[in-house]
Design a protein. Structure first.
Length: 116
């Protein structure tokens, strides 16, 4: 009897409600990552079909890349996985971060310096 051991499920629910097994996941030599494939890998890891380490090794992904997919789905759903959407999101975020008025600082000058 296997007590205390975690058994992996044979199938998990995919991003579109379908049952996914290891055989249904993208091939390990995948180089073109469309939304559906990214979402399937994230669902497999979230459901316990693959561990994070297994997914990264299988698909030659960095942990940061996988986590960015996971975060995009969490924040914006499947459309968040689009490259153009990510680019737009990053551009808007960068613009907000780089605008001094929104950070509460108006100048980098010494506030105690003589204004003359």
């Amino acid at each position: 009897m296997e007590t205390g051991r975690h058994r992996k499920p044979m199938r998990v629910i995919g991003p579109f409600g379908e049952a996914l097994s290891l055989a249904d996941l993208p091939k390990n030599n995948t180089t073109r990552w469309v939304i559906r494939r990214k979402a399937e890998v994230v669902a497999a890891v979230n459901g316990g079909l693959l561990s994070l380490e297994e997914a990264c090794a299988r698909y030659d992904l960095s942990v940061e890349e996988f986590l960015s997919w996971q975060e995009s789905i969490h924040k914006s759903g499947l459309p968040g996985l689009r490259i153009s959407y990510l680019s737009k999101y990053r551009t808007e975020g960068r613009a907000m971060r780089d605008t001094p008025e929104q950070q509460g600082s108006h100048s980098l000058e010494d506030p105690h310096a003589d204004p003359r």
